[in-house]
Structures are given as C-alpha cells and as structure tokens.
Design a protein around this ligand. Structure first.
Ligand SMILES: Cc1cc2nc3c(=O)[nH]c(=O)nc-3n(C[C@H](O)[C@H](O)[C@H](O)COP(=O)(O)O)c2cc1C
Length: 154
C-alpha cells in the first residue's frame, strides 16, 4: 500500500513520531507548513491565536497526494485541540486525498483529545480510517507509534 506520512511540527515531536512511522511502514515522508517562524515564547503565543480559516499551508516536498492509497496526517495539539495548521491542511487539500486518511496527533498532557481529533472528519468531508493520540511528555510516544504502525501493517 503506497503510504505518505505528513507532519506539521513546531518543536520536533510530531516530526520524530512521523519519521518513525514512515520508517516502520516504509512510507514516504513530507512536511507541511504555513511558513511562519513559531519558535520561542513569541512563537508559542502566536500559535495560540492562529485561525485555521485564514491560514494557508503548503507541502514542502514535491508529492502527488492523489497517488497515495493511505495518507497519515501528523499534527500537535494547540489549545485543547488539533492545531489550526493541521486543520487548515485538511480543509485545503481534502479534494486531493483520494485514499484512506489517518490522523496522528501529539500532545503534552494525558488527555487523548479523541473526540476533537475525530471531529476533523467534518473538515475532510468523509470518515477517516483511524487515529492515534500520543502523549509526548514523560512518555515513550515513539513506542506508541511503532505499535500503531504494527496494527496498520497487518
Ligand atoms: C500554542 C500551544 C498550545 C498547546 N496546547 C496544548 C494542550 O492544550 N494540551 C496539550 O496536551 N499540549 C498542548 N501543547 C503542547 C504540544 O501539543 C506538544 O508539545 C506537542 O507534542 C508539540 O509538537 P511539536 O513538537 O511537533 O510541535 C501546546 C503547544 C502549543 C505550542
């Protein structure tokens, strides 16, 4: 199955998870971004106020989204839900996502944000195939993503 792992990252956690996933699944890997520098305290504060409706995102690598049987979209939680950059990606690219879509979401706290992650199906316009919610702080989330990958590979 031709698979693409996509990620948006501010501090590297989602990138690390999606790199591991791509490695285990032998999938392609690409980054999407709104092109804004969100480093440091000012970047953090700015991230709290990003609107998905007004944000434009682009994939850094040259990939043909429509050619993939499975696309797994990685993003962090910002302010109690999947970040605006990830939600903007889904809204903007949904027509090109022809195969199965999965969400892979990272967050610091213990909550799983399952309902808010699943709610992104409204943006996608159809049911996603599955999701993983990973706690990054003081938790081996790379092990979580390996287990998730093992289930996808069966
Ligand atoms: C603006 C902002 C808001 C955040 N809000 C939450 C939150 O509500 N709950 C949570 O568990 N983590 C929250 N986080 C932490 C990130 O979700 C977590 O550190 C994530 O793994 C970062 O991914 P990244 O390293 O790929 O950017 C927030 C981070 C930022 C920058």
């Amino acid at each position: 199955m031709k698979t693409l792992c996509l990620y948006y990252t501010r501090t590297g956690s989602t990138k690390a998870a999606m790199e591991k996933l791509a490695q285990v699944l032998d999938a392609d890997l690409a980054e999407y971004t709104d092109g804004k520098d969100r480093s440091g305290v000012l970047g953090y504060i700015g991230a709290c106020f990003v609107s998905a409706k007004r944000t434009r995102v682009a994939i850094k690598e040259n990939v043909d989204l429509a050619s993939y049987d499975r696309v797994i979209i990685g993003m962090p939680v910002w302010v109690e839900g999947p970040c605006a950059i990830g939600r903007a990606f889904i809204s903007q690219y949904k027509e090109s996502l022809k195969g199965e879509v999965y969400y892979a979401v990272t967050h610091m706290g213990k909550g799983t944000y399952e309902e808010k992650i699943k709610a992104m199906d409204q943006l996608l316009g159809r049911p996603s195939a599955g999701q993983i919610s990973m706690q990054t702080k003081e938790h081996d989330y790379l092990k979580d993503i390996e287990e998730f990958a093992a289930k996808l590979n069966v």
